[in-house]
Ligand binder design. Structure first.
Ligand SMILES: [Zn+2]
Length: 456
């Protein structure tokens, strides 16, 4: 009888929420899935259930799509997260784009878990009204392909069902390093072909690509192919130093040096062909133990801090040239160009166009280093200056040739035409108000960085 009463009390108590056990919508709780061997394994079937529930429950922020199918026909789900009530940022400019994938290797559970947790964290944060996350989703699109290799995942193997190492199957110096099982040709596999098709169709201008794996706790930037630093080394070194200072001591290295030479990887393809700033994020290899499930955000808390840092500061991961002042006198053009981003740019030009849009003059090429201010001075000839014309700035987002080009019009208010009695040029004055707004964005960006620092 006493046992029975005790049991009833236990059952009653179990039904009562305690402070610690209360449902917290910002928490993800345990990594979903089935215990297999000594870890918990997320099957493609449970992932399919989850992502469809997310899309159904949160249509304002989750848009579910597919990048294609695996060899065995399983859907490669892509969870797209943003404030879908707005096509652009609140200020009317295009949202930044972040591309994330996980699960190239079917037995690297924590890498897949980190992709899953990234999606879930932003959904939960949006639902809970977390200010930083809401602001990020108003300004950013996250495209997350959580499980690239569902066939390999479901039978707990590194390879896909054709015994190919998907992360050696990309069309960037394919099969030019000592490797095993890179496939019969670049993109011979449905999974990698689908991933590259998604990159080339939906996220061509991505400002960040993170591909998630498990092994040694490290973040790797390009190249895997070469020991040399990549052209955008300044960007990668800035991120390395800033992460170390603000977020985590996780090692961050060139993949070739930090790991071993590897070719045909999605990381080198993402950077070398697509022009994305790219990281392979390797979590450590200690798996969950069944029966002692840690909440995912505790197990991968530090890794998520790094992801927040990379995502929330994404605006800075390219060159952001700003013409602070442009002075045109009778025989000289002087421009002060500031780089608000952390990537260098090369082959930049300044152009003058007449009122009809015909190019009247193009400057010689110039470079601007990361976080640098450059004063340029060019010979001018007043005969080609159209007082009703305008000025254009053309440059690449990053140094690498694959990086897309940016073509921006210099705000008229920044252009000062210095009066000349002989030439009779108009005198203009600059109020610099576009610069004021740009500075505002920089300050907001740094503010976000600082806030994050405080929580680490
Ligand atoms: Zn891997």
């Amino acid at each position: 009888m006493r046992t029975a009463v005790g049991l009833v009390i236990c059952l009653l108590l179990a039904g009562l929420p305690t402070a610690a056990a209360q449902y917290d919508p910002t928490r993800t709780h345990a990594w979903p899935g089935e215990p297999i061997d000594n870890h918990v394994h997320l099957t493609w079937a449970s992932l399919t259930l989850d992502v469809n529930n997310w899309a159904e429950d949160h249509p304002d922020v989750v848009s579910l799509t597919s990048a294609g199918t695996s060899t065995l026909g399983k859907t490669l789900w892509v969870v797209r997260l943003s404030d879908w009530s707005m096509e652009t940022k609140p200020n009317g400019s295009a949202k930044e784009i972040v591309y994330i994938d996980g699960g190239h290797h079917g037995n690297e559970y924590l890498g897949t878990a980190l992709a899953y947790l990234t999606a879930k964290t932003y959904i939960n944060g949006w639902t809970a009204g977390d200010e930083a996350i809401v602001e990020t989703l108003q300004n950013t699109e996250l495209h997350i392909l959580i499980m690239l290799n569902p066939d390999g995942n479901d039978i707990d193997t590194r390879w896909n069902i054709n015994q190919v190492d998907l992360n050696r199957n990309y069309d960037h110096y394919w099969n030019t390093c000592p490797t095993t099982q890179p496939g019969s040709s670049a993109f011979s596999e449905s999974e990698t072909a689908s991933n590259s098709a998604y990159m080339n169709t939906h996220v061509t201008d991505a400002d960040l690509y993170v591909t998630m794996h498990t092994g040694v706790w490290i973040m790797l930037y390009p190249w895997g192919k070469w020991p040399e630093q990549p052209p955008d080394w300044e960007l990668f070194h800035f991120i390395r130093d800033d992460v170390h200072e603000q977020v985590s001591p996780i090692p961050i290295q060139n993949a070739n040096q930090g790991l071993y030479p590897n070719c045909g990887t999605s990381r080198d393809y993402g950077y070398g062909v697509m022009g994305f700033p790219t990281f392979t994020f390797e979590t450590d290899d200690e798996q969950f133990v069944p029966g002692s499930f840690e909440a995912l955000e505790d197990r991968l808390g530090e890794e998520m801090d790094v992801m927040h840092y990379l995502i929330e500061n994404v605006w800075f991961w390219r060159a952001r040239l700003s013409v602070d002042a442009l002075e045109v006198s009778e025989d000289r053009i002087t421009a002060t160009v500031h780089n608000l981003g952390h990537a260098s740019t090369a082959n930049a030009t300044l152009q003058h166009l007449d009122e009809e849009g015909n190019v009247r003059w193009t400057s010689p090429l110039f470079n601007v280093n990361a976080t640098n201010s450059t004063t340029l001075s060019f010979d001018a000839n007043p005969t080609w200056i159209d007082p009703d014309g305008h000025w254009n700035l053309n440059y690449q987002k990053r140094v690498i040739n694959a990086a897309t080009w940016v073509n921006e019009t210099v705000e008229d208010d920044l252009v000062v035409l210095v009066e000349s009695e002989e030439a009779g040029l108009l005198l203009g004055t600059g109020l610099f108000h576009p610069m004021t707004s740009l500075l505002g964005m920089v300050l907001i960006g740094w503010g976000r960085g600082r806030r994050q620092d405080a929580t680490v």
